[in-house]
Design a protein around this ligand. Sequence first.
Ligand code: S3P
Length: 172
Amino acid sequence: MNDNIIVIGFMGVGKGSVAREVIKNSNYIAIDTDDLIESMENKKIKSIFEESGEEYFRKLEKRVAKWLEKSVQNSLVSTGGGFYKQKNLKKIGIIVLLDSPFEAIIKRIKEHPNAEKKLKKRPLLSDLKAAKRLYNERRPEYLKLADIVINVTDKSAFDCSKELLKKVEKYA
Ligand code: S3P
């Protein structure tokens, strides 16, 4: 297994914010799978979904997963909410789930100063009923995969990052 930390969880749970705090307080390098995909394609995720469809996007995630396994060490990898489906996830590193109830995630996004932008850039959040179904489908799978679970509800990204580093240290 590689010595990365791979952060999974539903859209909007705060994977990026927690990752940014973790790298301030550790020697990990930050990598974000959506950012990699956007640079590979030179397009925003939203445009990739619109122009080439979700299946194509999932193929790009697979390429990224293979590359992470083969070439990446000592990194904190934050992922898109569907990246957990990659078969080689366990080989990439310790899997940390950021967990929160669906309603708390939506509240968190809506209260954000950039709420509109955050909702707009996520095609799979455009229909909240469908997003809730997706959450209910995915949550048991996230829990099954996770080596470490952090309940992030009502906690700051800083506190989550501290908890994450403490738990990873104990786990290793
Ligand atoms: C997706 C989550 C998004 C992005 C894409 C698909 C998903 O990332 O990868 O829109 O399937 O849950 P975030 O979890 O960062 O929003």
